[in-house]
Design a protein around this ligand. Structure first.
Ligand SMILES: *Cc1c(COP(=O)(O)O)cnc(C)c1O
Length: 342
């Protein structure tokens, strides 16, 4: 195995990790600092984070009958789900997708099978259905929108996968704030195997580490058996609850990011020598036609701009780069550097 590497971004315009580039208004910051000053740091956190869950249910419109499990980032929820499986279970994902599904599966001795996406990054439904039949996967992960391809899979395709699956289907909605589409309303007694996973990371709270899993209560109770009791620390519980009280500010920032995504998309589309793929997330994938991705990545880095160099993952076009949508100034800086390079 290889460790999940994170590039050093000291002094760089950081457009590599799908972070929200905006901070909080001063007034909001000072209200938050008052809360922080009164934290009982000597006490263990509330193991069920009940205040936070209450706010989360209201903010995200989660039905009372649905269960909620919190994770130290959705990465930890992926780990919880996979730790709950019987040894020898198989896991199914489309390829390419978020690398942690396979990374954590492998570390737990589980086999994670990938079914290549079509060239336009849509799901290969017949192959997915065939893999479900052949492998009977205990869990299927579908990132919606997908990372690194940035697109939403077809809703009807996903419904067919849910119907066909005898195991769990986790819809990973990390980029939901920028996509406006969700499977949350599709949670029902008819589909207890459907789970929806979200995170506050891409919305603007990546430093907190908070993810949440929503679905059938009986199924979610099983994950509680492997969850460490104090996985959500006091600062995260209080800060996330505070942030949900100020969700309008975060929603406003998400809206700005969506506008800037259109700006970036338009600017990239004007350039010769590259292909831009449509995005429903807060990042854009593009591929180079005349140069290597590594060359352009390194030239950008020399100009103190850090984006993500995509390896040659199965199902991904050659010479791909992924850029996170930044502020207007950052995006302009990125585009002018890119123009100079290519
Ligand atoms: C970033 C990302 C995550 C991880 O989110 P954290 O809550 O920060 O752990 C999960 N799924 C997808 C598809 C992502 O891109």
């Amino acid at each position: 195995m290889n460790a999940y590497k994170v590039a050093d971004a000291t002094g760089m315009v950081k457009l590599d990790a799908m972070e929200n580039p905006y901070g909080w208004p001063e007034q909001m910051k000072s209200e938050w600092l008052d809360l922080m000053a009164n934290v009982d740091i000597n006490r263990y956190p509330d193991p069920s984070a009940s205040e936070l869950v209450k706010k989360l249910r209201a903010t995200s419109d989660i039905a009372d009958k649905a269960g909620v499990v919190l994770g130290n980032g959705s990465d930890e929820l992926i780990q919880l789900i996979l730790m709950s499986l019987k040894p020898g279970s198989s896991v199914l994902v489309p390829d390419p997708t978020f690398v942690m599904y396979k990374q954590i599966s492998t570390s737990l001795g589980l086999v994670c099978e990938g079914v290549p996406l079509h060239k336009d990054f849509s799901l290969n439904l017949p192959e997915m259905l065939k893999a479900i039949k052949d492998l009977n996967p205990a869990v299927i992960f579908l990132a919606y929108p997908n990372n690194p391809t940035a697109n939403l899979f077809d809703e009807a395709d996903i419904m067919q996968i849910i119907e066909a699956s005898g195991g769990l289907v986790v819809i990973d909605e990390a980029y939901q704030p920028f996509a406006g589409k969700t499977f949350l309303q599709k949670l029902s007694v008819n589909h207890p195997q459907l789970l929806v996973m979200r995170t506050v990371s891409k919305l603007g709270l990546a430093g907190l580490r908070l993810g949440y899993l929503v679905g059938d209560k009986t199924i979610l109770e099983q994950f509680e058996k492997v969850r460490l009791p104090y996985n959500i620390n006091v600062f995260t519980q209080i800060t996330a609850a505070f942030a949900f009280d100020h969700i309008d500010e975060l929603d406003k920032q998400a809206e700005l990011i969506c506008q800037q995504r259109e700006f970036l998309n338009d600017e990239l589309s004007k350039l010769a020598g590259l292909l831009v793929y449509p995005s429903n997330a807060n990042f854009i994938l593009f591929s180079l036609l005349n140069e290597t991705a590594e060359h352009v990545f390194n030239e950008l880095k020399k100009r103190a701009i850090l984006i993500k160099l995509m390896g040659s993952a199965r199902g991904l076009p050659e010479q791909c780069l992924r850029v996170t949508v930044g502020t207007k100034e950052q995006n302009v800086q990125f585009i002018s550097a890119l123009k100079a390079i290519i």
